[in-house]
Write a protein that binds this ligand. Structure first.
Ligand code: PGA
Length: 265
């Protein structure tokens, strides 16, 4: 529509087509008492928001029970899943077991698992398949180290991590609405030095473009993780391709976690 040059342009309305997703990853922290504290929060009721708390696996079922009358926005998630589905694998927990314990989301490929537990890109893809088969939405983490970033390898590292994921999604014709990608640069995790909103936005856009030929790619949620706090979450979440946050340290305290939740979407 033509606007005469002397009239101000109408404000551009930014409509979020993907629900915002805030995930708290407790890692090797938390106990029954922390579950009770989080279960007693009054969470917003907002159809554009999903909140996921990922406690250690042994607390999943208790937390699920405690939150059952809380907001419909609130879900629980697992921090890891076995690459195996059943059998003689002492200590492992399968996707089906996590589902029965109440998990609706499952983090896989976290850099701490890749670094300390020799997780491979192919293994992450297999775990994604296991989670999807058990009706759990995978949150697949990708991200580059400081050295890789300094060597300008960020995009190639992320492409290599996403490649087997993309192949598996293509092969099984999985809708992107069922998965989440978490961009977590290693240098930003637990460092108090988050990526700037502009940098994170660039990488999120790249991830979205990389996945663009998959079914329902416009529904793919790409969330950012790495030193997200109450102070920086607003600017990060305002970026058009940042659909939420994956939060470690700030998810261990009810006040700091509540402060991350966007007040208006
Ligand atoms: P952080 O951890 O928020 O403490 O940096 C994020 C993560 O590892 O998922």
């Amino acid at each position: 529509m033509f606007s005469p040059p002397w009239l101000p342009l109408p404000p551009v309305l930014v409509i979020r087509m993907r629900r915002c997703l805030i995930v708290g990853n407790w890692k090797l922290n938390g106990d029954f008492a922390l579950c009770e504290q989080f279960a007693n929060i009054v969470y917003p009721i907002n159809p554009s928001l999903d909140i996921v708390i990922c406690p250690p696996a042994v607390l999943l079922q208790s937390l699920k029970e405690m939150i059952k009358h809380n907001s419909a926005c609130l879900h629980i998630g697992a921090q890891e899943v076995s690459i195996e589905t059943q059998g003689a694998f002492t200590g492992e927990i399968s996707a089906k077991m996590l589902y029965e314990a109440g998990a609706q989301y499952g983090i896989i490929g976290h850099s701490e698992r890749r670094q300390h537990f020799a997780e491979t890109d192919q293994g992450v893809a297999k775990k994604m398949f296991n989670l999807l088969s058990a009706h759990i939405s995978p949150i697949v983490c990708v991200g580059e180290s400081k050295i890789e970033r300094d060597n300008q390898e960020t995009l190639s590292v992320i492409a290599a991590q996403l490649s087997p994921i993309k192949r598996m999604l293509q092969q099984h014709r999985v809708s992107c609405a069922k998965i989440v990608i978490g961009y977590e640069p290693l240098w930003a995790i637990g460092s108090d030095q988050p990526a700037t909103p502009d940098l994170a936005q660039q990488i999120h856009r790249y991830i979205r473009e990389y996945m663009v030929d998959l079914p329902d790619s416009e529904a793919l949620r790409v969330i950012y993780g790495g030193s997200v706090t109450t102070d920086n979450s607003g600017l990060l979440l305002a970026m058009p391709d940042i659909d939420g946050a994956l939060v470690g340290g700030a998810s261990l305290n009810t006040d700091s976690f509540l402060g991350l939740l966007p007040s208006a979407l």
